[in-house]
Structures are given as structure tokens and as C-alpha cells.
Ligand binder design. Structure first.
Ligand code: CA
Length: 460
């Protein structure tokens, strides 16, 4: 390898810097902070200064990750840094992948391959690449009254069971991500499941408890190795149609009780996860967690969405994880993240992340994607986090970008939303279509694994 000796030297220096600073700002995101996030970071440093005593702030390790294409030597080093192991990773550190759309992708005719060009289960490719945990979203009833799927994977319980069994077969554990909705649940919407509409809070709590316990029972009966359960998805602003935090906590308690009971009945150690997003500025999310703790909710860990193009810089993310550990005694992990390897669109349905979203230091290349993941893992680990789940690394085009793929999306639910979702979610028509995530997968548009998928092995 060209510049190998230079690389080794820089890598050694980089590790030394890591030891001294806890890898503060090891990503080149430091250079990419916007004024706004810089303000957040400054506020964070003021508020959580105790967390930052050993952090050097603007560390000089940008030489290790490179400053961009203007400096060939730096770029060479950047390309190689992601191939190095991360020191001190726990044996059970989570190398997670959300593959919720995989089953409908396969039904839509998408093929996945190994590095030799042989067709291969994407789950096996992930397992072979070092992924040890699979995340699967579950919607209560993502179908209209005629049985037409809402799309976005049509992720009902049988889908989770089928994918979960396959993941278990490859030796991976499963995180079950209950949305407690019939379709996408996020900060913008938390629509109550059709079957729970009109219920009082206590009736809804009871239904949520029954649903959680019954669903987990079915997963265990099928042999799925469930290791963690998310009670709700990105519930910053509510859950299952409830917006008051006291009401949400009541629902969460019902979910938590169901998980604890089945955990005891089946002799399984299942982690109970509460999932938030929008971690920057951090004060909002930390105030929410405080309410959960003060409200007496029984839970084990926090799952956080962290998309670097939306959710602030890595220092803020690290400080949130550290704060959760130090002040609430809870572990945290990244429940969702992603980064693009190209700016191309593969299926004729525009992508969510484009040029203006790129984070400085991470170009829209295979190396950029891998470098981002390496830096993220390094930072999560140094903050005491449990690991990282990548979001939808196998959501590929179902047909070429110049074709009309809508019939396939509609029939199998392999796009964001089908036309059948509108009755339930009035905004679904706005995002009706295909995959807006195909430039952020770990496979190319034709289903061949990218070199960046090897980053998980290298990190270990
Ligand atoms: Ca697309």
C-alpha cells in the first residue's frame, strides 16, 4: 500500500492522541460543525463541563482522517483509518443493523450477493461482516380493511418473526422495535393503532400490555433470540396518540411490565429500551429522560437516533451518552444512524440525503461511509455506549431509476408508503413512493456488497 509507513506513523500518533484525550473529536466532523451546532457544543461544554475535563476540544487529529480531496496524502490516510481496530471494545459491543425492509425487498425481486457474485442472504452477508444484532420494527396492523399493506416494509409481527428466525439462525440477536402504531411513528406522528382508537388511557395501557406480551411470546415460540425490546419509537413528542408525558409514561409502564414478565417466564434477559431522537440540543432529550426516571418507569437503556446530518456533532452525541450513564445510571446506544456512499438515486424516487447534507470530512463515497462508521463507533465506545445500529442498510431499488417501479412498491410494500396508507395516515400521500434510502445501503443498487461493509470486521 502506498504511503503505508506514513499511515502507520500517523495511526500510531492517532492512537496516542486517543489515549490522552479519549478520542475527543476523532471524526473530522469537528471541522464540519455549523455555527448552530457549534453554539450547542459551547452550551454543552458550559453545562456539562465535568464531562469534558479530559477532552481537548479542537484536537489535532484531523491529520488522521484527512481534510478532504485537496490533500492526497491526507486522503490516503483517511481511506485507511477505517480499516483499523478500535481498542477496548467490549466482547458484546453491539454491531447492529436494521433490516426491517428486507423481506418485502426480496418479495419485490431484489437479489443480494456475496463478494464473489454468488446470490446470498443479506443477513448472512451482514453476519459474516461482523454484525451481531438485528433490529426489526413492528407495526400492530399495517393494512387497510381490504388487506392492502401500507408499505414501508409492511412490518407486521409475522414479518419480524420470519426475519428474526433467520437472523437467529446466523447467530445474531434481535432488537424488537415496537412502534405501537399501525405505521411510521416518529417525532412528527404517533398515530394510535386502529384497534385502540377511542380507548381510555387505562384501556389502551391494558391493550398495549397484552399486545406486547403476546407478540414477544410468539417471537420466543418461533425461536427468535430477542435480546432487547424498544417500547415505542422516537417518542419525544408522544406515543400511540398520547402526547402528555404522564400518559406516555403510563403506556411505557405497561410495555415494560409485559417485557419483564415474559423475560422472567422464559428465563431470558431482555433489555428494555426507550427510544428518543433529536438529541441536539441535548437539554430537551435529557429533560425527557429525567421525567421517565422521576416517573418511576422501569427500563434499562436509552436508544438514540443519531443522523450526523440532522442531529449535531459527535461531541454532543458523546456528551448525551455520558450524561445518561453518569446522571441516570442507564446505558445508551445509537439505535439508528446512516451515511450515504453515493449521491445517485437508484430507483427514481428521490433520496432523503443529498449533497447539502454531507458532513465535512465524510464525502459521499464508500470510504466516506466507512470512515463515518469507524469514527462513530470510536466515539460511542469512548463515551461508554453499548453500540450502534445502522438503519436500513439493505433497502435497495426494486427496479432501475428510469423505470416506473410504483406497481412493485404498491404490491409488496417496498417503498416508503403505498397509496393504501392514506386512510390511516393522512400525510402518507406526501411520501408515497419508493426508497429514499438506497444511497445509504451497504449494497450497491444491484445488490452487491460494498467494501464499506467490511468496516465492522476491521473495527473488531
Ligand atoms: Ca431512491
Amino acid at each position: 500500500m502506498k504511503h503505508k509507513s506514513v499511515y502507520l506513523l500517523v495511526a500510531t500518533a492517532f492512537l496516542a492522541v486517543c489515549v490522552m484525550t479519549g478520542c475527543a473529536g476523532s471524526g473530522s466532523t469537528d471541522a464540519g460543525v455549523t455555527e448552530e451546532t457549534a453554539k450547542d457544543a459551547a452550551a454543552a461544554n458550559a453545562i456539562f463541563s465535568a464531562d469534558n475535563e479530559t477532552e481537548g476540544g479542537d484536537s489535532s487529529d484531523s491529520s488522521a482522517t484527512g481534510e478532504g480531496e485537496a490533500e492526497p496524502e491526507g486522503k490516503e490516510v483517511e481511506m485507511e483509518t477505517w480499516k483499523t481496530a478500535i481498542e477496548g471494545l467490549a466482547e458484546d459491543f453491539i454491531f447492529g443493523m436494521d433490516v426491517s425492509s428486507l423481506l418485502v425487498e426480496e418479495k419485490s425481486g431484489v437479489k443480494y450477493y456475496d463478494f464473489d457474485g454468488n446470490e446470498q442472504d443479506a443477513l448472512k452477508t451482514f453476519a459474516d461482516s461482523g454484525i451481531n444484532y438485528i433490529r426489526l420494527r413492528v407495526w400492530n396492523d399495517p393494512y387497510d380493511e381490504n388487506g392492502n399493506g401500507y408499505g414501508g416494509g409492511n412490518n407486521d409481527l409475522p414479518t419480524a418473526i420470519e426475519l428474526g428466525k433467520r437472523a437467529t439462525g446466523y447467530g445474531m440477536k434481535v432488537l424488537v422495535d415496537f412502534h405501537y402504531s399501525d405505521f411510521w411513528a416518529d417525532p412528527q406522528k404517533q398515530i394510535v393503532p386502529k384497534a385502540w382508537k377511542g380507548m381510555s388511557l387505562s384501556e389502551k395501557s391494558s391493550a398495549l400490555y397484552d399486545y406486547t406480551k403476546d407478540s414477544l411470546g410468539q417471537l420466543f415460540d418461533a425461536g427468535v433470540d430477542v435480546g432487547m425490546v424498544q417500547i415505542g419509537n422516537e417518542i419525544n413528542n408522544g406515543m400511540s396518540g398520547e402526547t402528555k408525558i404522564e400518559n406516555v409514561i403510563e403506556l411505557l409502564k405497561a410495555g415494560s411490565k409485559a417485557v419483564r414478565e415474559i423475560s422472567s417466564e422464559r428465563g431470558k434477559d431482555i433489555g428494555i429500551v426507550v427510544h428518543y431522537t433529536d438529541i441536539s440540543p441535548k437539554e430537551g432529550v435529557l429533560a425527557l429522560i429525567e421525567k421517565l426516571v422521576n416517573g418511576g418507569l422501569d427500563f434499562d437503556m436509552m436508544g438514540l437516533s443519531y443522523y450526523p446530518f440532522w442531529h449535531g456533532d459527535m461531541d454532543n452525541m458523546k456528551n448525551v451518552i455520558k450524561y445518561i450513564g453518569e446522571h441516570f445510571g442507564k446505558k445508551a446506544f445509537i439505535a439508528e444512524t446512516s451515511y450515504c456512499y453515493t449521491l445517485e438515486d437508484g430507483d427514481g424516487f428521490g433520496n432523503r440525503v443529498s449533497k447539502s447534507d454531507l458532513v465535512e470530512g465524510y464525502p459521499a463515497t464508500i470510504e466516506g461511509q466507512a470512515s463515518y462508521m469507524h469514527d462513530l463507533y470510536q466515539n460511542v465506545n469512548s463515551a461508554g455506549g453499548l453500540g450502534v445500529f445502522y438503519w436500513e442498510g439493505a433497502w435497495l431499488p426494486v427496479g432501475p431509476a428510469n423505470a416506473d417501479n410504483s406497481l412493485i412498491w404498491e404490491k409488496y410494500g417496498s417503498g416508503w408508503a403505498s397509496s393504501f396508507a392514506s386512510d390511516y395516515d393522512k400525510d402518507a400521500a406526501k411520501y408515497y413512493g419508493g426508497s429514499s434510502w438506497d444511497n445509504q445501503a451497504f449494497f450497491d443498487f444491484g445488490g452487491h456488497p460494498l467494501e464499506s461493509i467490511k468496516v465492522f470486521k476491521y473495527m473488531k
